[in-house]
Design a protein around this ligand. Structure first.
Ligand code: NOJ
Length: 525
């Protein structure tokens, strides 16, 4: 179980209102208590922060906002002492327009080697005034921006994030060096941003549906994503990880952000010589509905686990509306029903074979902050589309740690320091100190679930067998007799196993599974 730390919103040690690496170090004992195996750190590299660090200007350093390399080393040492693995977020599809190689490309002539590291091309139409093809960027607007000499460059996200040209061998070599730089500093692996990206169709032809990515906010343009050549890169990175592992016996892990149309294609990314794990986002995408969940889980078991690979489950991350809000009524304070369902979904996820990732605040049952005023929004999607519809700031509001008023212990140091996004008053209810003190809290459910997941052999890798259940209810057996059942409906239903459950997401009397509740039983108890 890996815990995603969104560094700027985790814990601020300097009082500037932005979380930092020293804050992560200070929070490690909290994470140890929760029972995580490792953490994934969102990008902390030098960056103009047009997309909160997913626009990297230097892949081998720390942005002063987050600390420095010395602080990074202290964090690594502290994590090692506590037995917590550390994964970095690596962004190979694009860099920042402030990256020295992109600056050099801008200063160089069309056709120069410096431009060949990116996708520069002449435009179409009179005087080349129209983009080289009709693709749109995922965050809105055309995927091409024109530079002073009239050429255009490709960016699948914002203009401040030019895409690397992976058909140029210099890029692969440079990323090998970047991986080695961090592996030499002791990291345990990498979360790979946009891992189905990197290569585009070699001819960059027009698309039949150029706005599909922007409309779905997903990588669906078949000419821009999921090209077969990308698998060579994952083989190469895997070989580097194996090389380090062979030296010291410590496994290094690659987990990809892989969004592809089918579970079968997904499985190609986790072949034995490619990525160890890839997020299977279909669970996150499923509505609160028994049939939808069953379909997703069955497909993953058949098409991914069935090939001998691991399925990597995720319900929340820094790009998505939090489960508590997604499953409930979108009121500012969250919703009772959403919370009850999110607790059940958490227990369901923890009972599945494979890896599970949780996003900071998920363990507190934090709702999405849905009423942020426009003038505080920082998500480039809002800036580029003017739409609040699917902005990502609401799940990135700094964590509440203690106390009754903002900054809720998030930021220490100077008095009056404000968190970079405003925290609503109701965050007081979710503060970690309250969660730890209340054994009925979301936090204790996660902690207990994680503990059992580690200690019960039934919850390791292995088969999942569905049980017959009435409509609206799912139940499955794991290994030797662990039963997990979830009631997606609102009315109570008979429990599939007699007796008191080992763990349940809400009150669960023997023989009954109440609405919006999940429970685990050991059949031989
Ligand atoms: C996926 C990341 O999770 C998201 O936050 C980012 O905006 C895009 N990739 C572009 O790097």
């Amino acid at each position: 179980m890996i815990y995603q730390v969104y560094v700027r919103s985790f814990l601020d040690s300097t009082g500037d209102g932005i979380g930092d690496l020293a804050g992560v170090r200070a929070g490690l004992p909290y994470l140890k208590k929760l029972g995580v195996d490792g953490i994934w750190l969102s990008p902390f590299y030098p960056s103009p922060q047009h997309d909160h660090g997913y626009d990297v200007a230097d892949y081998r350093d720390v942005d002063p906002v987050f600390g420095d390399l010395g602080e990074f080393d202290l964090l690594m040492a502290a994590a090692r002492r506590l037995g917590i693995k550390v994964l970095l977020d690596i962004v190979p599809n694009h860099c920042s327009s402030e990256h020295p190689w992109f600056r050099e490309a801008l200063d160089s002539a069309p056709g120069s080697p410096a431009r060949a590291r990116f996708h520069f091309a002449d435009g179409r139409g009179p005087g080349g005034s129209e983009p080289p093809n009709n693709w749109h960027a995922m965050f809105g607007g055309p995927a091409w921006t024109r530079v002073a000499d009239g050429q255009w460059y490709l960016h699948m996200f914002t203009p401040e994030q030019p895409d690397w040209n992976w058909r140029n061998p210099e890029i692969a070599d440079e990323f090998d060096r970047v991986l080695r730089f961090w592996l030499d500093r002791g990291v345990d692996g990498f979360r790979i941003d946009v891992a189905a990206g990197l290569f585009k169709h070699p001819d960059l032809p027009d698309s039949d549906d150029p706005e599909a990515d922007a409309r779905t906010r997903d990588s669906v343009n078949p000419l821009a994503w999921n090209q077969p050549e990308v698998h060579e890169v994952w083989r190469r990175w895997r070989a580097i990880c194996e090389e380090y592992g062979a030296q010291d016996g410590r496994e290094r892990l690659l987990v990809g952000e892989v969004s592809v149309p089918t579970a079968r294609e997904h499985a190609l990314y986790v072949r034995p010589d490619e990525l160890h794990q890839a997020f299977f986002f279909d669970l996150l995408g499923a509505a609160w509905d028994a049939d939808a969940f069953r379909k997703v889980i069955s497909e993953a078991m058949q098409d991914i686990a069935g090939t001998g690979s691991t399925v990597t489950w995720v319900l929340n991350n820094h790009d998505q509306v939090r489960t508590v809000t997604r499953y409930g009524e979108p009121t500012p304070e969250g919703s009772g029903l959403g919370t009850t369902r999110a607790r059940a979904a958490a227990l369901l996820m923890l009972a599945l074979p494979g890896a599970a990732y949780i996003y900071q605040g998920e363990e507190l049952g934090l709702p999405e902050v849905v009423d942020l005023p426009d003038d505080v929004l920082t998500d480039p999607i809002f800036r580029r589309t003017g739409s609040r519809a699917r902005i990502r700031d609401g799940c990135r509001v700094p964590l509440p740690w203690s106390g009754q008023a903002s900054p809720f212990g998030f930021t220490s140091g100077t008095e009056g320091a404000k968190p970079w996004l405003p925290q609503p008053e109701y965050f007081a209810e979710y503060a970690t100190d309250r969660a730890l003190a209340d054994t009925r809290s979301f936090w204790h459910l996660y902690r207990e679930g994680l503990h059992l997941r580690k200690t019960l052999p039934q919850l390791g890798e292995g088969p999942l067998d569905w049980l017959d259940t009435p409509p609206g209810v799912l139940a499955f057996v794991r290994g030797d007799g662990l039963v997990c059942a979830v009631n997606f409906g609102t009315a109570p239903t008979p429990a599939p196993v007699p007796g008191t459950p080992l763990l349940s997401s809400g009150p669960c009397p023997p023989g009954v599974l109440p609405g919006a509740t999940a429970a685990w039983w050991l059949n031989d108890l």
